[in-house]
Ligand binder design. Structure first.
Ligand code: HEC
Length: 256
């Protein structure tokens, strides 16, 4: 015989009945409405979990992870991009009223208000009704948040320079550059690294110089006169002797 079967709880005179108090249901009156935690419930949960786990594994195999080359701390031109679930916050920081002098608004105030309200929702919105239309404030706030997050994520995707990102993140074979050589020091001192990267394989606006078989004369000419309109003239600021040294160094590294 089931526990409590045929028995009905009619209330306890010692417990004052308050308004809003919902008495717990006596589940023995509703066969099949509840189940044992072990093993029934846990087995179901575990099966759903297994389906999702296999699904994730299949997705990671089908879609290669978007890995980029090794991080280069000297590459000031590199534009980092957060993962998709942070894109809306990233996009928010691009607007003038949420960045620069107002970065407190974009980093603390707006996210703090939004996530704080979500955290405090059970205390702020105490209605019992579950129908969205009966809770206009909460429903409207949530809809606005969804629209806002969707819009910001979308904007961040369409305004990102994907072509440049693919170029600067491209995984390239590691080249051995003698970073203690005089030529490399000139390459660094004359700020070539800010566009061509510390490994001379391109970062930000400048292309990779590796594997291009550049002639010393050509490098010297470019270092002085630039490549209009993309590389400015007058980047190199040293003596003629240093220019020759730099040109020979770059030419040597650029050999296939
Ligand atoms: C402001 C960014 C910037 C700086 C600084 C810079 N470059 Fe460039 N460089 C570029 C860009 C962009 C190009 C590609 C130009 C093009 O092809 O339109 C380029 C092209 C070159 C090329 C030609 C590559 C080829 O395939 O012909 C050489 C060589 C070169 N840079 C060397 C240097 C050296 C040496 C320095 C330092 C003295 C330097 N660059 C500094 C942006 C820069």
């Amino acid at each position: 015989m089931h526990r409590g079967k045929g028995m009905k709880f009619v209330g306890d005179s010692r417990v004052p009945q308050k308004k809003g108090f919902i008495p717990p249901k006596d589940y023995s009156e509703y066969p099949h409405k509840t189940e044992a935690f072990l093993p029934n419930f846990l087995l179901k949960e575990w099966m759903v979990g297994a389906v999702f786990l296999v699904g994730f594994l299949v997705m990671t195999i089908a879609e290669e992870p978007p890995l980029e080359k090794e991080a280069d701390p000297t590459a000031s031109g590199y534009i980092p991009l957060p993962d998709w679930y942070f894109l809306f916050l990233y996009q928010l920081l691009k607007y003038p009223y949420a960045s620069g002098d107002y970065k407190v608004i974009g980093t603390i105030l707006i996210p703090g208000l939004a996530f704080g309200a979500l955290l405090l929702a059970p205390w702020l919105d105490r209605g019992f009704d579950r129908r969205p239309l009966k809770r206009p404030v909460a429903t409207l706030a949530m809809l606005l948040a969804i629209v806002g997050v969707y819009y910001l994520t979308w904007e961040s995707g369409v305004t990102h320079n994907w072509k440049q990102a693919a170029q600067q993140g491209k995984i390239v074979e590691k080249v051995n550059i003698d970073k203690s050589s005089a030529g490399y020091k000139l390459f660094k001192e004359n700020n070539c690294v800010s566009c061509h990267g510390g490994n001379m394989q391109g970062d930000g606006p400048g292309p990779s110089l590796v594997g291009k078989n550049l002639k010393p004369d050509h490098v010297a000419d470019v270092a002085k006169n630039g490549v209009p309109p993309n590389m400015p003239a007058g980047v190199f600021k040293g003596t003629d002797k240093e220019l020759k040294q730099l040109a020979e160094f770059v030419s040597k590294v650029s050999k296939k």
